[in-house]
Design a binder for this molecule. Sequence first.
Ligand code: G
Ligand code: MN
Length: 265
Amino acid sequence: MQSQMPILGSQLASDIERGLTRDEFFFVFHPRLGCAEGQISGFELLMRWCHPIVGILEPSAFISFVADSEFAGTFTDLLLSRASDVLANWKAHGYCSLTLSVNMSSLELTRADLPQKLAAVLSARDIDARCLQIELTDVVEPARLDLLADAINAVRATGVLVALDDFGAGLTSFTLLHQLPVDIVKIDQSLLRDVPGNPESKRILEALVRMGQRLGKKIVLEGVETAAQFEWARSLPEIECQGYYISRPITDLALDQLVREIHAH
Ligand code: G
Ligand code: MN
């Protein structure tokens, strides 16, 4: 059940504290598909909050509050701990080709201890760093872009890949593509909305994909919701897709089953 009822800031902090002690935060998994091969290439870990009064909440309802709060570090730890559980489990089963991505704000990504934290989490479970990806969900103000670029490189030095999330949403600047040394660009679902019906939207997206690829980035198209969008996406070379047409986010039980099926072939 989805609810839009807001929780006031003052209440939110104590609610989050309770939520953490009572394990109200959980994760679902959103598949990503290699378009040409038609094969699942990995999953994005998405947090949900099972709030006892309001119901199931998506991160948009609470994550910006968390980012500026004393809970920020705890949430990053929660995320990395869950991600490493999943990756260690896949490794134990010999499933080594799938990637798992987690979402992180630029504030969290620029924390000086993140690379060490990542290296520790990965080596403790003997996980290949290249299976883990971090999606950068927001970008700091332009004056601090160089610091963000340094932080991205420090993360990439651990072997973990970095993606720029929601590219093209709102007033995203094109120059970010060469100012931020990311491995992957996820193109925001708003750009796909009129595709393939609107020829101009299609051309813009085609050009954006090509530009990203010419800069050496892997491209993921977000928000593939219809068969027509998927067919069109499959005509583009070497891209990955994510969206409700391929699958809704799935629970951890469904994840286990799906991953088993993928590897049975
Ligand atoms: O910002 P980010 O791309 O991480 O956001 C992911 C959010 O977008 C999730 O909450 C997910 O449920 C939602 N989402 C993913 N795919 C689709 C889609 O095809 N359509 C719509 N409307 N939402 C989507
Ligand atoms: Mn994301």
